[in-house]
Design a protein around this ligand. Structure first.
Ligand SMILES: NC(=O)c1ccc[n+]([C@@H]2O[C@H](COP(=O)([O-])OP(=O)(O)OC[C@H]3O[C@@H](n4cnc5c(N)ncnc54)[C@H](OP(=O)(O)O)[C@@H]3O)[C@@H](O)[C@H]2O)c1
Length: 297
C-alpha cells in the first residue's frame, strides 16, 4: 500500500478562506475586528521568524494585529505589566507571548498572567484544565491542527486505537487528552508513549492512528507501523543545509519507508507545520466571539 499524503498547506489554506469569511461576517454583523498581539522579547532569529509569520497571516485575514517587540533585558515585572495592559485592551482578543523567554524571566509566571479568555495559545492552566474536563475554549494550536487534519481527511477517530509518541505539554499530552474525550472528533482509545516506555513498537504496531511528536528523526520506522495506519508526523528536525544555505527539514518518521505501509501520512515540511499558525488565527476569532458573547460552534 502507498499512502495518501495529506497536505497541511492545502487544509490550512482552506481554513484561512473560512476564517476570512468569518472575519467579514463579524465585521458586518457585529462591528468586531479580531485583535491579536504577539509579544517578542529579544531578537532570537527563530522567534523573529515565527512572530513574523503570525503577524503576516493575521494581516492577510484582516485582523487588528500588533507586533510588540521588547528588549532582551526587559524585567519580569515590566513584561507582566505589558501583559496586563493587553489584558485590559478591548481591541485585543488574543495575546501570544513568543517562547522561549530569556532565562531571567519566569515563563510560567508570564503565561499564567494572561487572561485565560485571551490565551489563544491554550497554555494557561485554566485552559489546560478545561480541555481535560471536556469543556475547552482554546486548544493548543498544534494539537488543534492535528485533529483538524484528521477530521478533514475523513479519518474515523471514534473507536480508533490512537498511539501518541511523546508526552510534552505542547503536543503529546494535549492531543491525547483531546482525542480521548467523549465528544465528536474524539472518542478514541489513546496510549501515550515516551522514552521510558518498555516496548514502544508493541504499542505503535497496534495504532490505527499514530501521532509522532518525539523530536528526533527516524523515531518511528516502518517495522513499527501497522499496515494501513494513519501516520501524523509532528516532528521538525533540521538535518543539514542545502548548497544555497537553506535548512533541510525532516520529521520524526522514516517517511519513505512508512509511506509504503500507511494508508495516510503527513509530510515534513508541509504537513502539521502550516496548520499551527492557522489554528492560532482560529483561536483568535474564537476569542473575539467569546468577548462579544457570540456562541462558538
Ligand atoms: N509542526 C509544528 O508546528 C510543531 C509544533 C510543536 C512541535 N513540533 C515538533 O514536534 C517535535 C516534538 O516537539 P515537543 O515540543 O513535543 O518535544 P519535546 O518537548 O522534546 O518532547 C518530546 C517527547 O517525545 C518523547 N520521546 C523522545 N524520543 C522518543 C523516542 N525515541 N521514543 C518515544 N518517545 C520519545 C520524550 O519523552 P520523555 O518525556 O520521556 O523525555 C518527550 O515526551 C519536535 O520535533 C518539534 O520541533 C512541531
Amino acid at each position: 500500500m502507498t499512502a495518501r499524503i495529506i497536505s497541511g498547506k492545502e487544509i490550512a489554506a482552506q481554513i484561512r478562506e473560512e476564517l476570512k469569511a468569518e472575519v467579514a461576517d463579524l465585521s458586518a454583523k457585529h462591528a468586531i475586528r479580531p485583535g491579536l498581539v504577539t509579544i517578542l522579547v529579544g531578537d532570537n532569529p527563530a522567534s523573529v521568524s515565527y512572530v513574523t509569520g503570525k503577524q503576516k497571516t493575521a494581516h492577510e485575514l484582516g485582523f487588528h494585529s500588533i507586533q510588540d517587540t521588547q528588549p532582551a533585558d526587559i524585567s519580569e515585572e515590566d513584561l507582566l505589566r505589558l501583559v496586563e495592559k493587553y489584558n485590559n485592551d478591548p481591541a485585543i482578543h488574543g495575546i501570544l507571548v513568543q517562547l522561549p523567554l530569556p532565562k531571567h524571566i519566569n515563563e510560567n509566571r508570564v503565561l499564567y498572567a494572561i487572561n485565560p479568555d485571551k490565551d489563544v495559545d491554550g497554555f494557561h492552566p485554566v485552559n489546560v484544565g478545561r480541555l481535560m474536563i471536556g469543556d475547552a475554549r482554546f486548544y493548543p494550536c498544534t494539537p488543534y491542527g492535528i485533529r483538524e487534519m484528521l477530521t478533514r481527511a475523513g479519518v474515523q477517530i471514534e473507536g480508533a486505537e490512537v498511539v501518541v509518541v511523546g508526552r510534552s505539554n505542547l503536543v503529546g499530552k494535549p492531543i491525547a487528552m483531546m482525542l480521548v474525550q467523549k465528544q465528536k472528533s474524539a472518542n478514541a482509545t489513546v496510549t501515550v508513549c515516551h522514552t521510558r516506555t518498555k516496548d514502544i513498537r508493541a504499542h505503535t504496531l497496534r495504532a490505527d492512528i499514530l501521532i509522532v511528536a518525539a523530536g528526533a528523526p527516524d523515531s518511528v520506522t516502518a517495522d513499527m507501523v501497522k499496515e494501513g495506519a494513519v501516520v501524523i508526523d509532528v516532528g521538525v528536525n533540521r538535518v543539514g543545509f542545502t548548497s544555497e544555505g537553506k535548512a533541510i527539514l525532516k520529521g520524526d518518521v522514516d517517511f519513505d519507508a512508512v509511506k509504503e505501509k500507511a494508508s495516510i501520512i503527513t509530510p515534513v515540511p508541509g504537513g502539521v507545520g502550516p496548520m499551527t499558525i492557522t489554528m492560532l488565527m482560529k483561536n483568535t476569532v474564537r476569542a473575539a466571539k467569546l468577548a462579544a458573547g457570540i456562541p462558538l460552534e
